[in-house]
Design a protein around this ligand. Structure first.
Ligand SMILES: [Zn+2]
Length: 114
């Protein structure tokens, strides 16, 4: 489960931020997880629940995850289709080539600390 190592990376990042800002407690963390990141959000949440509890800094932290919907753009007519799966063909022009749109990044959007 590679989500565990991603959570570890996030916790490391939070430690660094807290040290830089002289904070001792993380209240909430907001992450954006791109639709093409391959990250299973439930697993990420699960990993966070386990690992965050082991650190004083994050033991009461709340994790909020924002996950934008994946979308594909038709290579024929440039219509945007919101879908988790690559569409079979475009409803507009029946083109079968699509390019995925959306991020594959994990972005730390916001951290609330005290
Ligand atoms: Zn089209």
């Amino acid at each position: 489960m590679h989500e565990m190592s991603l959570v570890q990376g996030l916790l490391g990042q939070l430690q660094t931020l807290a040290t830089q800002h002289n904070k001792t407690k993380v209240i909430s963390v907001t992450m954006e997880i791109g639709p093409f990141s391959g990250v299973v959000i439930d697993s990420f949440q699960f990993g966070f629940d386990i690992l965050a509890k082991e650190e004083m800094l994050t033991k009461d932290a709340e994790l909020k995850i924002i996950s934008p919907t994946a979308s594909y753009r038709c290579c024929g007519c440039a219509k945007q289709i919101k879908s988790e799966q690559r569409p079979e063909s475009c409803p507009n022009c029946s083109e079968t080539f699509f390019s995925p749109e959306g991020s594959d990044d994990l972005i730390l959007l916001q951290v609330e600390m005290e």
